[in-house]
Ligand binder design. Structure first.
Ligand code: AMP
Length: 411
């Protein structure tokens, strides 16, 4: 299949050609013709599948084929959960639309609203927004959504995870009833299906990869190691393997900062990216990582979601995520554009249950290794979790005890 066969107009084909894409990705091949036919689409697609172009290209084509009688009106709204994603989508809209005369604007919180507002005032066709800032500006009557013809909900599952359900509901009430809806989500949970039912009108389902399975091109393995030795081990692996461009996941913001400091102390150029960092710091860290001046990006799940970093050779789970689906999102950062990647997880005894849940989800026993000099202490016991996890711990106590017993027996 070629882009030429998708009925895209020449200015878009020219822009695609300049990006160097030889053929549409599976999600693009399926979604673009449906969107051009003005269908509502419910698509399951992870970051790295080319989903952004999958909705941006037809959206640009539809808007450019209609004359905007009142140039002050927003005709397409792209909602996305994080600032980084919003910025990336905006870049894509600009790049794919460079030979089309449409105006777009991106709005997100954490930065001054003035430049965003003046751009909207001058008239835009496409608005890319995170829910909070969108509602904020709407409440101030600085924008109107009453002329939106196309709505895109990008990374809808993450929007729900981040607690945007109420904001989404509010935004839906601000939109005209008659519109085209496109919903993209990495997973199709029960919650997503409910959300989709309330928003989409007779949608066509587009699925590109089986639900919750790991991309085959990724080599996955686990290093069994004690918690207290994890920092030392990751530093050793990075130095020994001469790894460049490594995305490292931690569970907490504090953990990301702490690990980042240790790496810098070990003369590794690293930066942390998480929700407590200012927008400027996050943008700089991402830019540094992309241009190679920062080799290690330490991120929390939410901050890393959707980051557009092509061809990532290594992803390291410094800690396993407690939500198994997050493991799939995390390691999906390595198998991009068909290139092979390695996903390495450092797993201590406390994380045994998480590993078991992940293996169940990906239907794979992930091979494990032990690095000489980092052998886990055979007498290690599971540490009770701190504060916020305490309730879960109580709930799971039986399971942890079970594991303890299993370890004991296997000694
Ligand atoms: P996305 O899933 O939208 O975040 O896109 C992931 C990456 O794939 C981005 O860096 C895009 O520029 C790139 N990409 C999108 N479509 C194609 C294509 N048809 N061929 C090659 N790369 C693409």
């Amino acid at each position: 299949m070629k882009f030429n066969n998708l009925n895209l107009i020449p200015p878009l084909l020219k822009a695609i050609n300049e990006k160097g894409y030889s053929q549409p990705s599976p999600i693009q091949e399926k979604a673009i013709p449906l969107i051009l036919k003005r269908k509502d689409v419910l698509a399951s697609a992870q970051t790295g599948t080319g989903k952004t172009a999958g909705f941006t290209l037809p959206l640009l084509q539809i808007l450019s084929s209609q004359t905007n009688s009142n140039h002050k009106k927003i005709r397409a709204l792209i909602l996305t959960p994080t600032r980084e994603l919003a910025a990336q989508i905006s870049e894509n809209v600009i790049e794919y639309g460079k030979y089309i005369n449409l105006r777009s604007c991106v709005i997100f919180g954490g930065v001054n609203q003035k430049p965003q507002v003046s751009k909207i005032r001058n008239g835009i066709d496409i608005l890319i927004a995170t829910p909070g800032r969108l509602l904020d500006l709407e409440n101030q009557r600085l924008l109107s959504l009453s002329n939106v013809e196309i709505l895109v909900l990008d990374e809808a599952d993450r929007m729900l995870d981040m607690g945007f359900q109420r904001d989404i509901n509010k935004i839906m009430h601000l939109l005209p009833k008659r519109r085209q809806n496109l919903l993209f989500s990495a997973t199709f949970s029960k919650e997503i299906k409910i959300l989709a039912k309330g928003i989409l009108n007779d949608p066509i389902l587009v699925e590109t990869s089986p639900e919750n399975t790991t991309v085959e091109a990724i080599i996955q393995y686990v290093y069994k190691v004690d918690k207290s030795k994890k920092s030392e081990l990751i530093i050793k692996l990075i130095k020994e393997g001469n790894w460049r461009q490594v995305l490292v996941f931690t569970r907490t913001k504090h953990g990301a900062n702490k690990l980042c400091k240790k790496m810098i102390k070990a003369n590794i150029s690293a930066a942390a990216i998480h929700g407590n960092k200012s927008q400027g710091a996050r943008t700089n860290a991402l830019a540094g990582f992309k241009n190679g001046s920062i080799e290690i990006l330490v991120a929390t799940d939410i901050a890393a979601r959707g980051l557009d970093i092509p061809l990532l050779p290594h992803v390291v789970n410094f800690e396993l995520p407690n939500i198994p689906e997050d493991y799939v999102h995390r390691i999906g950062r390595t198998g991009r554009a068909g290139a092979k990647g390695e996903a390495i997880s450092l797993v201590c005894i406390d994380e045994k249950d998480y590993l078991r849940d992940i293996e169940k989800l990906v239907r794979l026993k992930i091979p494990s290794k032990i690095k000489p000099g980092f052998e886990p202490n055979p007498n290690a016991v599971i540490e009770p979790p701190k504060q916020q996890n305490r309730n879960n711990f109580k709930k799971n106590k039986g399971k942890f005890n079970h594991n303890k017993k299993r370890n004991h027996n296997s000694k």
